[in-house]
Ligand binder design. Structure first.
Ligand code: UT7
Length: 329
């Protein structure tokens, strides 16, 4: 029997229409457009409407991904959502809500909490579930309403984050030239205190103020991020016997242009092969990689069979990288 591979069959994304520019932020906290652009590369980010939930954002991205995959909702046999801003803190999972809005019933549906690495984490799960032969078409969603956990009086964090969603359909294939080749994921909870959002009643039982804000020791996170992201890419390329010049598209997590540039330069990736969306969306955590991939796809840059390298890092700490050949059309 021929081997079953997992393939990323389609990509879709949704960015809320409302733009929060650096100039807007200048009126809210003590900052300047110049400082933000110089330190982060971010010019603007999107904000969801008050009544627009993570599931609404994820749903729009999911509909596009399903349509582009050319599958019906009845063919989807699992829905997995990566988010750190679920509609409900504990249950039901945002994946269940999105599945219901899509009319998908009686299938595996759950959320994964792995912060900015969420999409690579769920890609890893989907790859395993498809290769096991049990699942055929898995809907993956990375969606965030980060504006709901950002403190807009804290200039060190509010300039960074935005709302948005990305989605992909992972299907089975017998063709290796459109397969997800390898994924490495990892975590180290010793760094949990450097990036968190928000605390819950479990850790603070007597505190009714459960909805606290995202907190980050930015500079410390920055240093670990550059080192980890670089090492991760070196390892996945070496393990698969692939040199950097063979990569068609490098799609890193979009947290800070300086981090992306540091990794890109160390690995010698040409600028034109690196996908950048941080300037217009900021950091959208679990949505960042699929949103960036969708942008490159819609610009006509990504073609069937192209070799793509993903690299991500986030709270936990969690991190991961993936090598895949684009299976969409
Ligand atoms: O997605 C998960 C992974 N997340 C990341 O990878 C984010 C990692 N961190 C970063 O992107 C950067 O550390 C930041 C953009 C958050 C900060 O840049 P930095 O170069 O590390 O600055 P810093 O935190 O060392 O702060 C330098 C100075 C400080 O002032 P003093 O103490 O030197 O007087 C800050 O108070 O910049 C000040 N500062 C600001 N000034 C103007 C911090 N935020 C701002 C601001 N506007 N918005």
């Amino acid at each position: 029997m021929s081997k079953i591979f997992a393939s990323l069959k389609s990509i879709g994304a949704y960015a809320p229409k409302n733009i929060l520019s650096n100039k807007d932020l200048e009126k809210m906290v003590e900052t300047t457009d110049e400082w933000i652009v110089q330190r982060t590369g971010i010019k603007e980010r999107r904000l969801a409407l008050e009544n627009e939930l993570t599931s609404d954002i994820g749903l729009k991205a999911a509909k596009l991904a399903i349509e582009r995959a050319g599958v019906s909702t009845g063919e989807i046999d699992a829905v997995i959502c990566a988010t750190l801003t679920p509609d409900f803190l504990c249950m039901p999972a945002t994946a269940c809500i999105i599945a219901s809005k899509l009319g998908i019933k009686n299938v595996l549906a759950f959320d994964v909490s792995a912060a900015c690495s969420g999409f690579v984490y769920i890609l890893y799960l989907a790859k395993s579930l498809i290769e096991s032969g049990v699942h055929k078409n898995i809907l993956l969603i990375g969606a965030e309403k980060l504006s709901s956990v950002v403190d807009y009086t804290d200039r060190s964090t509010c300039i960074l984050f935005g709302d948005g969603g990305g989605a992909a359909v992972i299907g089975s294939t017998k063709y290796e030239n459109e397969a997800i080749m390898d994924i490495r994921i990892s975590a180290d909870g010793d760094y949990a205190h450097l990036l968190s959002a928000p605390r819950s009643r479990v850790t603070h039982p007597k505190d009714n103020k459960t909805l606290e804000y995202l907190q980050m020791a930015g500079n410390e996170v920055f240093k670990v991020a550059v080192k980890t992201l670089t090492n991760d890419v070196v390892e996945i390329l070496q393990k698969n016997g692939i040199t950097a010049d063979k990569i068609d598209h490098f799609i890193p997590h979009q947290a800070n242009l300086r981090i992306i540039e540091a990794v890109r330069e160390k690995l010698n990736f040409p600028h034109e092969k690196t996908v950048l969306t941080v300037q217009k969306y900021g950091n959208t955590s679990a949505a960042s990689i699929p949103m960036a991939m969708n942008d490159a796809y819609e610009e006509g840059r990504i073609k069937h069979g192209d070799l793509i390298l993903l690299d991500t890092f986030g709270g936990g700490f969690t991190w991961g990288s993936a090598l895949l050949r684009f299976g969409g059309q």
